[in-house]
Ligand binder design. Sequence first.
Ligand code: PLP
Length: 391
Amino acid sequence: MGDRETASDTIDDIWSEYYHRGLDYDAIKALLDNFYNEDMHYESGRILGSMYTVPPSVVREAFFKFYQANLGNPGLYPGTRKMERKVVEFLMGLTHGKDNYYGRVVSGGTEANIIAIWAAREMGYKKIYTTEDVHFSVIKAAHLLRMPVEYVPMKEYVMDPDALNETLVDDSIVVATAGTTPLGYVDPIDKIGEVCKDYRCYLHVDAAFGGFVLPFLKKKINFGFEVPEVKSITIDPHKMGMAPYPAGGIVSRENIFSSIAVDAPYLIEGYSDTLLGTRQSGSVAASYAAILYFGAEGYRKIVENCMENTYYLANRAEEEGFEILTRPLLNIVNIIVDNPNRVKLALLNMGWAVSTNPKYSSIRIVVMPHVKKGVIEEFLKDMKKIDTHFL
Ligand SMILES: Cc1ncc(COP(=O)(O)O)c(C=O)c1O
């Protein structure tokens, strides 16, 4: 505590001395270095609970080259908009979209989900059906849009389509997840589509994480527009697409963006049709660069590698006496512990950042490309030092 007070006193002293008259370049850089060193970085391999990773240098350079771009006012950035079209085209390819290229690169999966639900509400859909494992952004959307949410019972960790059929009513939005945040499981989109067929229903798929993984797995799992009832999909370049934030993706079968468009006369094109106004679009250039740099084959190798390390982690954890919650489907592993929060804090003290699933009494590890076998061994060694059952 003493150290913290001293550090923040120094920060405050420097701030009050210089914020009105300015500080020179080298001094600012030195200060920034201090703050930088306080943060965690993906390069360390020790961030295990996050869906982000280190983009390659060509991608980072693209980001900084286009840091000024703002597709909130696309009339100023026709070049960046062309790249956005290409990124959307690629996302459409991953999700089996045909000739339709409706889509935007937005700030993240949260904004993408909010846009889909907002657009659907504007089209007259009134209630949301989803599962308890849905990402919180869908709940945020429901709060913002004042829409009721009904949780459909789950079976084997995914939405039970029979239970959906028993409760669904016309004029509803169904949000299914392809790569759930806690477990990386996939709601049975085919079967959910079959249920939706009999209702006036808007089926949105949140493939924010799974969208860049599922197409590259050996086992084919339908989650996209090949299911005729699917109307829109969230699929984020800034997760397994290796792009820097802010790069979420939203693609749709019809033009859903026109239903949320508002007049914005001060912009060159006179309207705005996403949630945010200003849109940091360096990440559009970066997503474009990432797609060209890796190509579909590169993404396949990344997924193969992450899945190999996922099974490695699950197996090695079991060998070390830990219990795995479920066999991983995507690159997410859950280790059962008695007190997830305390285990998380104990690990944080040892320099590891994991997330928790209190509902499943587990800690969750997302096996991103920076989580390599050596990192896994180091992590398990530290996990063994913690008494996970009695903390
Ligand atoms: C399934 C899913 N959807 C949406 C999101 C939200 O994405 P973002 O953090 O980019 O807003 C996440 C984030 O982890 C997610 O796992």
